[in-house]
Design a protein. Structure first.
Length: 167
């Protein structure tokens, strides 16, 4: 599926539940950028490639992290220049404990790692994190990040089961 409407999670869930398709794949850049990507891929296969494209599972796009990445040195230069509060970790468990603790205290956490995502949705490498259970969190995150009011820039995430009861 493609087009901005393909990013409607509620509609996609209903399509999946209806069972009218064997499989549903929504590529991450489902808006205008995705249309251009699809057109370029179609032109490539029509005019240059004689091979049939093999679809692999679970991610035939081979990753959505197609954007730039930055070295620790580059990131630290910017952080120091803007005098941002930051923590750099080499121990993943300690980092997860600190982030979980800050989120539980109602803080907003900026998450930056690896290559940037392709498409309009944060997929984990460039994210603004907040506790979705907190009814004030969306306002707080929008204020801290100067996101214009009314822009639905947030999506709740839950690890493990129980999502049907929460969402």
């Amino acid at each position: 599926m493609a087009g901005g409407v393909a990013l409607n999670c509620v509609a996609n869930g209903k399509l999946q539940e209806a069972g009218i398709f064997d499989e549903i794949y929504i590529q991450p850049a489902a808006g205008d950028a995705g249309g251009a990507l699809g057109a370029a891929l179609a032109a490539y296969h029509l005019y240059f490639s004689k091979e049939e494209r093999k679809v692999t599972r679970p991610d035939s796009m081979e990753g959505s992290y197609l954007g730039p990445s930055y070295s620790d040195k580059e990131v630290l230069q910017v952080i120091r220049k803007v005098k941002a509060v930051y923590h750099h970790f080499t121990d993943l468990n300690k980092m997860n404990e600190l982030v979980a603790g800050e989120l539980a205290k109602g803080q907003v956490v900026g998450w930056f790692q690896g290559r940037m995502e392709f498409g309009p949705r944060a997929l984990g490498n460039r994210s603004i994190l907040g506790d979705a259970r907190n009814p004030e969190m969306q306002k707080k995150a929008q204020f801290k990040n100067q996101i214009p009011r009314g822009i639905p820039a947030f999506c709740p995430v839950r690890f493990g089961g129980g999502s049907r009861q929460l969402f």
